[in-house]
Design a protein around this ligand. Structure first.
Ligand SMILES: Cc1ncc(COP(=O)(O)O)c(C=O)c1O
Length: 387
């Protein structure tokens, strides 16, 4: 089954959909049963049977079927946010006294969640590579968590090597695949146990939805669906699931366009004298480029670059000069976005994380590349004058 079919049609020819070309939304919170015995039987299987929307819903199920198929996973469970999926997944895999290895830079709130778990006796260690992981692993280590490309720096990890290392040590691997989308990277095929996404980014694609998903084998996803999903209550709404289904329809064409525009913008920046470096794995100069060719099928529109300045005022002025790129968090929608972590992160945190003052993150949207390049060229001209 090809990805275009999964995005557009999978699960949409069921008799209960009556041939609707846009699947209707089941917005009922409860389902009724003939007898209390039947309800009792359904409650025993609440992650599989339609009982109450906090557990299951047919529209959410449709989104889940498509996402599982795209990730080549047996099951998927959607959540009210990416963080809902991340928190439920990690909680499901650890108990008091356990230890988590975090490989490379990951989304800030993921690290904050791991810090939060310390009050329940779960510890974690950040490592930069497998040699570091070898030194940090101990008999209580249960899971290895990572993103590839990594957060903000877009560093690549050799996924088959990471999963082989983890498997030989009995660890579960969890990977956040939001950057690539399931179209451009399929971690399950490279040995990852559980794959996470924030659906709020490319999969939703229109900055009108917050959602998350975990994909993997039923043996790992079902316990999350039965326990953390039901008890934490970060349930996806059927309306958001319908937006996910709609977003998936155009995901292949949108990703092709994001890729093309972002590569053009990254190449322009890489050749500009006002730029120290560009962190985009699609550029041949990127240290992970060869690896990218092996494990990625494409490149999304999110990357970072470093302005040739250590002056926060110059960075702020650069942002002010941009007309097309709007200053905002998140990414993956139609509109191009810019963010400067040095201006939004506490100075001590920025220094600890090793983020240079001039680091700029761009989410290249779907506007014409020429307009985006012109915008950046004009803003950089201003920066040169300041320097
Ligand atoms: C890489 C990554 N993972 C997870 C998340 C969390 O997703 P959400 O905002 O949907 O909770 C984000 C959000 O920015 C992210 O960038």
């Amino acid at each position: 089954m090809d990805d275009e079919w999964i995005c557009g049609r999978l699960g949409e020819d069921e008799p209960w959909l009556l041939g609707a070309v846009n699947p209707p939304v089941f917005e009922n919170s409860i389902f009724a049963f003939e007898t209390a015995e039947e309800l009792g039987a359904a409650l025993k299987d609440e992650d599989e049977r339609y009982v109450y929307w906090r557990g299951t819903n047919p529209t959410v199920d449709l989104a889940q079927r498509k996402l599982a198929a795209l990730e080549r996973a047996e099951r998927a469970k959607c959540f009210a946010s990416g963080m809902g999926a991340i928190a439920a997944t990690i909680s499901s895999l650890v108990s008091a006294g356990d230890h988590v290895l975090v490989l490379g830079a990951v989304y800030g709130p993921t690290t904050q969640f791991l810090r939060y778990l310390e009050k329940f006796g779960v510890t974690h260690t950040h490592v930069g590579d497998l040699a570091g992981a070898d030194s940090a692993i101990n008999e209580t280590t249960r899971l290895l968590y990572f993103e590839s490309p990594s957060y903000m720096r877009y560093e690549l990890f050799d996924i088959p090597a990471v999963t082989a290392w983890a498997r030989s040590r009995g660890l579960v691997t969890v990977m956040d695949n939001t950057w690539a989308t399931p179209l451009f990277q399929k971690p399950v095929t490279m040995g990852v146990d559980l794959v996470l996404h924030s659906l709020s980014k490319y999969i939703g694609g229109h900055s009108d939805l917050v959602g998350g998903v975990v994909c993997g084998p039923a043996a790992l996803v079902r316990p999350i669906a039965r326990t953390e999903y039901m008890l934490y209550g970060a349930a996806m709404s059927p309306h958001d699931a319908a937006k996910v289904v709609k977003g998936l329809r155009t995901l292949p064409v949108r990703m092709a366009a994001h890729q093309e525009r972002a590569l053009a913008v990254a190449a322009f920046l890489a050749g500009h004298p006002g730029v120290r470096g560009v962190n985009h794995p699609g550029l041949p100069s990127h240290p992970g480029h060869e690896l990218a060719r092996r494990q990625l099928r494409g490149f999304s529109g999110l990357f970072s670059f470093e302005l040739d300045t250590d002056d926060r005022g110059a960075v702020a002025e650069f942002l002010d000069r941009l007309r097309h790129f709007r200053v905002a968090v998140s990414w993956g929608g139609f509109e191009s976005l810019v963010n400067a972590p040095a201006l939004t992160t506490e100075e001590s945190v920025r220094a600890t994380m090793g983020i240079p003052v001039g680091l700029i993150r761009l989410s290249v949207g779907l506007e014409p590349a020429e307009a985006l390049i012109e915008d950046l060229a004009l803003a950089l001209k201003g920066l040169r004058r300041l320097a």
